[in-house]
Design a binder for this molecule. Structure first.
Ligand code: SIN
Ligand code: CO
Length: 403
């Protein structure tokens, strides 16, 4: 893989000449935005090319798919990785796409690309998915529930989009492809061009020649997902939020309808549930709600999670290693976010929370491959060492050639 170039994108990536303020005001979560030539030199410094992508897709712990077919024939087929070279030869020269999720976790230097997305909260960024398509390759017309930045890294791809669409899907068990698609707009993307799409815009990309697309995907939990997780959290708390009550029962009702769950019973259930969301109730007014959300979002839809260190380190051992210039690497599967709470700041990582000064928390959240403590002049004091040691012991950090 390319170890020198292509890792730190130019300042023009991903918005080109557009300012973040204009992008956020006019496009973000509102409408598609085509940005031409935000990184035209990309073809000469690709961090992951098609062969390297196939190498990642051959690994056991990779989420990779091969999708073949065309919209005209509606003959979509999906296979799941890991893949060997004959899987590609079998598909022939045209009409297939290899898609690999979480590539920045398999090749951590690629994570540096995400540093150019600082105009968005880092915890909203999900992964970099890379697809290689043979000529004619496509995953069919579809919608996504998340925002996506589709960056054309090599070759040409035609993207067609449509704001309005018939939501009817093809009868397919594995992929959600729209049965019909009529484009409002069509663009041919060349290397270095980028198309931003908000959620729920129908889009249909077809490779005009063999091409690589890098998709920077966002994540946003649905209300149902929030409720499901919140309910589990609530169920573990001491205050169970009251119980079903029926002090208003009248004897006649029972005698005539034993066993029936009557409309009054359902009303009592509704009242109990509604009270969870009234302004006075603990569930929504709970001061720990922010704490719950930070823990939730650090684990949300993460397909791998860090394992605790095999050999834990003491704080004094850690202080020694850092003083000797030890380079700390970030576990690519770790997700961080932080928040301040009165006079304290808390850093969250998948399955842990620790008090942490804001400057260090910011550095950890924005770190790509390594943690550069000098970058923000963070002093190696006891509080810093405590945080780094705790994160190391939980598997969020490691030293090269160690563990
Ligand atoms: C692709 O890269 O082929 C598909 C990306 C998408 O439509 O979200
Ligand atoms: Co899509």
């Amino acid at each position: 893989m390319n170890t020198t170039d292509g890792l730190q994108p130019p300042a023009s990536f991903p918005l080109g000449k557009m300012t973040a303020a204009i992008f956020l005001r006019d496009y973000w979560q509102k409408k598609p935005c085509l940005l031409r030539a935000v990184w035209p030199e990309i073809e000469n410094c690709l961090p992951v090319n098609a062969d390297e992508l196939a190498g990642i897709a051959a690994e056991e712990n990779t989420e990779a798919r091969l999708i073949s077919g065309t919209h005209t024939k509606r003959n979509w087929k999906v296979e799941y990785g890991p893949f060997e070279s004959q899987d590609y030869t079998q598909l022939g020269e045209t009409d297939w796409t290899l898609l690999v999720q979480d590539v920045e976790k398999h090749y951590p230097p690629l994570k540096q690309w995400l540093s150019n997305f600082r105009f968005l909260p880092s915890w909203r960024l999900d992964d970099i998915m890379i697809s290689f398509a043979a000529s004619g390759g496509s995953v069919g017309p579809h919608t996504d529930q998340y925002d996506v930045f589709l960056f054309q890294a090599s070759g040409k791809r035609r993207w067609q989009i449509s704001d309005t669409y018939n939501p009817e899907l093809l009868d397919h068990e594995e992929i959600k492809v729209l049965r019909e698609f009529n484009a409002d707009q069509s663009w041919d993307l060349e290397p270095g061009d980028l198309l931003y799409l908000p959620p729920n815009v129908a889009h249909f990309g077809v490779a005009l020649e063999p091409c690589l697309s890098y998709s920077i995907g966002l994540r946003a939990p649905s209300r149902a997902e929030l409720f499901a997780h919140l309910a589990e959290w609530f169920a573990r708390s001491d205050d169970q939020g009251g119980r079903y009550e029926d002090a208003d029962l009248i004897s006649n009702d029972i005698e005539t309808s034993t066993g029936e769950v009557d409309p009054q019973a359902i009303m009592r259930v509704q009242q109990l549930l509604n009270s969870s969301f009234s302004s006075s109730h603990e569930l929504t007014q709970n001061p720990d709600l922010a704490d719950w959300f930070c823990q939730f979002i650090c684990a949300y839809r993460l397909s791998g999670s860090p394992e605790p260190a095999h050999i834990t380190l003491t704080e004094s051992k850690m202080a020694g290693l850092l003083a000797d210039g030890g380079v700390i690497y970030r576990n690519p599967w770790s997700r961080f976010c932080w928040r301040s709470d009165n006079n304290s700041a808390w850093l969250y990582a998948t399955a842990m929370k620790i008090e942490c000064q804001p400057q260090l928390a910011e550095l950890i959240c924005e770190s790509a491959d390594t943690l550069d403590l000098k970058h923000k002049n963070i002093s190696l004091n006891t509080a810093t060492i405590q945080v780094i040691t705790a994160l190391y012991n939980k598997g969020h950090f490691f030293f090269e050639n160690n563990d």
